[in-house]
Ligand binder design. Structure first.
Ligand code: TEU
Length: 539
């Protein structure tokens, strides 16, 4: 490992959905002690950090994203002592802890909101956004829409005003313009940093501030009502930049701390990039990657754009193929139970110039569970059934082995296990040298021991191919060539002048064990091949 290895830049971050990872007390619900019991697994896998989806007390209307108290742990996950133990045990293994902070909104059951709604002159009243429409109480204050469904305004009979919410009505938005709220939010960061937390994933951070005049959003064409307006007044307000600066100053007052933002409604890489920089966030997610069909051209154009955008502001890219809100990549791209495409995807994710984010179970190719209507738990899935696939699909319990409930718990889990767990599980894949899990493990090891794959430059080799994606990662001492075949058919790569006549060694491949014969400067590939070659630069 290089001396100046920086965990969040050169390492790999693994997202855990804690209620679905490992259940230590067999109540059907994953917990912190469960995560601790799997740290050895994560350390062997080779990840440098884990991001935990929310573990704070929550009435669970939005599965933990409706937090009731930012300064505590939900008893279903354990205690603050368990959390401190997790920090200690993780740090012992060089695994960093990233917490999910949902500071745009809070649960309607929080003491803050309960106080705020109790009367118009309660000291907490202004902690939330209360408004009315001069035309009368039957009219919401403006045309803003909730991202989930319906108007973003909920009328409260007791005090005869509307409050604002972007997601569920049980998730009222905090008023970041109120100085006490602002200070409290900064205290949340300090509280967890002082405990030893290494970083944060900021849920919909670019939604913290809304237009101070509450102007109507202009109309536009779209599929669902939320898209019938341009979200210019309810999101991405300029005041955000000041808040990011303050957050960054707090983080920078501790060594090696990190924040990655979930850029809400960022439909282009440009929008995400503007929040990254030395006095802003270390990183912001670019979700365009997650939306690519299985087509190398799509990935390639995003990679090129993201690299060039971030080189302008010294930003560092990150790449993600899965999270807790989207159907899993193995479900989107995988053919039945086959994992060859998943190996190509893994080889891409783990060799790009940027921080890779993995999502639990991705390393064993977990597929989404299918739910009957009465099994759906996700409020968004319930509301839009059958037009929208519920987010429950990608949140099913981790498949550890073939014992009952996939070794996740001895009790019936809170959400059902995928029936393929009998074959598809960690234990089986550990034993199979050709498994997806071992492929991920090898990639992680290679990434860790090959400096060119961490900070090395990125040079595309292919640009306009639908089938092939090839690129070079290079530093002063080594050059790695990554060749990925997105098709099922054989293909060949033209070895241009920069690739010719080198003494290539095979680093890793899912399809071959030796460097193939390069005839007339064509490198052959079989279908679904992912291969990494290396040569040592002459000094
Ligand atoms: O997600 C914000 C967001 O963009 C999603 O609401 C997305 O539109 C939706 O999941 C449809 O795919 C964050 C969290 O990741 C999500 O789990 C929460 O439900 C949401 O914020 C509210 O906190």
């Amino acid at each position: 490992m290089e001396n100046n290895f920086l965990w969040w830049r050169d390492g790999v971050i693994y997202q855990i959905y804690p209620r679905s990872f490992s259940d230590s007390n067999n109540d059907g619900f994953g917990d912190l002690l469960g995560i601790i019991s799997k740290l050895e697994y994560l350390s062997e896998l080779g990840v440098d950090a884990i991001w935990l989806s929310p573990i704070y007390p929550s009435p669970d209307k939005d599965f933990g994203y409706d937090i009731a108290d930012y300064f505590d742990i939900d008893p279903r996950f354990g205690t603050m002592a368990d959390f401190d133990l997790l920090l200690h045990e993780a740090h012992k293994r060089n695994i960093h802890i990233v917490l999910d902070l949902v500071l745009n909104h809070i649960s309607d059951q929080s003491t803050w909101f309960q106080a705020s709604k109790s009367s118009r002159d309660n000291p907490y009243r202004d902690w939330f956004i209360w408004r009315e429409n001069p035309k009368g109480k039957q009219y919401p204050p403006n045309n803003w829409h909730s991202n989930f469904w319906g108007s973003a305004w909920k009328y409260d009979k007791t005090t005869e005003q509307y409050y604002y919410y972007m997601f569920l009505k049980e998730e009222p938005d905090l008023n970041w313009r109120n100085p006490d709220v602002y200070k409290k939010m900064m205290d949340v960061f300090k509280f967890w940093l002082n405990r030893g937390v290494d970083g944060f994933r900021l849920d919909v951070f670019n939604e913290y501030f809304k237009d101070d005049q509450f102007r109507d959003n202009p109309p536009k064409l779209g599929i669902r009502p939320f898209e019938w307006q341009k979200h210019i007044f309810d999101v991405n307000r300029p005041e955000m930049m000041g808040a990011l600066k303050d957050i960054r100053a707090i983080l920078d007052s501790y060594p090696e701390r990190y924040a990655v933002g979930e850029t809400f409604l960022a439909t282009t890489s440009e929008e995400a990039a503007k929040y990254i920089g030395p006095d802003k966030l270390h990183d912001a997610f670019d979700f365009t990657f997650l939306e690519c069909p299985w087509n190398s051209k799509c990935f390639s154009s995003i990679i090129t754009r993201w690299n060039s955008l971030l080189s302008r502001n010294d930003g560092w890219p990150n790449y993600v193929l899965n999270n807790h809100d989207q159907p899993r990549s193995a479900t989107r791209y995988g053919k039945r139970e086959e994992d060859e495409r998943m190996k190509v995807a893994a080889a891409m994710l783990l060799t790009l110039r940027g921080t890779p984010f993995l999502y639990y179970g991705e390393e064993i190719g977990m597929r989404d569970i299918k739910l009957k209507r009465n099994e759906i738990l996700d409020p968004v899935g319930k509301h839009y059934w059958p037009f929208f696939v519920s987010r429950d699909g990608c949140r099913s319990p981790m498949q550890w082995d073939s014992s009952e409930n996939a070794g996740f718990s001895k009790r019936k889990p809170w959400l059902k296990v995928h029936p393929n767990y009998l074959q598809r599980n960690v234990k089986n894949q550990k034993e199979d040298p050709n498994s997806l899990l071992n492929f991920y493990k090898n990639l992680l090891t290679i990434r860790k021991t090959t400096p060119a794959l961490q900070k090395g430059s990125f040079v595309p080799v292919t640009s306009n191919s639908r089938r092939l994606l090839a690129y070079i990662r290079q530093d002063v001492s080594q050059t790695v060539l990554v060749v990925l075949n997105f098709s099922h058919h054989k293909a060949r790569l033209a070895m241009g002048s920069q690739l010719r006549g080198k003494d290539w060694q095979l680093l890793l491949s899912n399809k071959r064990s030796l460097v193939p014969e390069i005839k007339n400067n064509w490198l052959p590939l079989v279908g679904d091949e992912a291969s990494l070659y290396i040569y040592k630069n002459k000094k």
